[in-house]
Design a protein around this ligand. Structure first.
Ligand SMILES: [Zn+2]
Ligand SMILES: [Zn+2]
Length: 135
């Protein structure tokens, strides 16, 4: 059964996230904030297990909650991990709505570079970070 190994892989990654969480909430938030800061600036995301290498985003998830998730793989140690991306804030949603009204191509307000939002059903989702800006 193909679904079994994938399920196991997901559990292992979830455990790793919990391990990071157990190190203390303040420290974890700093770490995630730093990672997202680098990511949104267009820079390299650090290794999810902290080997010092740089990782590559291998998959971008768009969650039902409107939040995104980044699945990354380290180029040095090949470990994989997941970084949660927070949902759009009210000012971000408003910026997207007003750009839509102006008839512009709407890009995700978080990136230093231009990431044009894609329609998914009636929603608008960033292809690079998975955040949804419109229901
Ligand atoms: Zn690594
Ligand atoms: Zn984005």
């Amino acid at each position: 059964m193909l679904s079994v190994p994938f399920g196991v892989l997901e559990v292992q990654m979830a455990t790793r996230m919990n391990d990071i969480e157990d190190e203390g909430r303040g420290r974890r938030q700093m770490q995630v904030g730093r990672v997202l800061g680098l990511f949104y600036a267009g820079g390299a995301v650090p290794c999810p297990v902290g080997c010092g290498g740089a990782s590559e985003v291998v998959r971008v998830g768009a969650l039902a909650t409107g939040a995104g998730e980044l699945w990354v793989e380290c180029g040095s140690c090949a470990q994989r991990g997941r970084f949660a991306v927070p949902v759009a804030t009210e000012p971000e949603r408003r910026a997207v709505e007003s750009a839509l009204r102006d008839g512009k191509d709407v890009s995700c307000p978080r990136h230093a570079y231009r990431a044009v939002l894609q329609r998914r059903g009636r929603g608008l989702v960033c292809p690079d970070c998975g955040v949804r800006y419109r229901e």
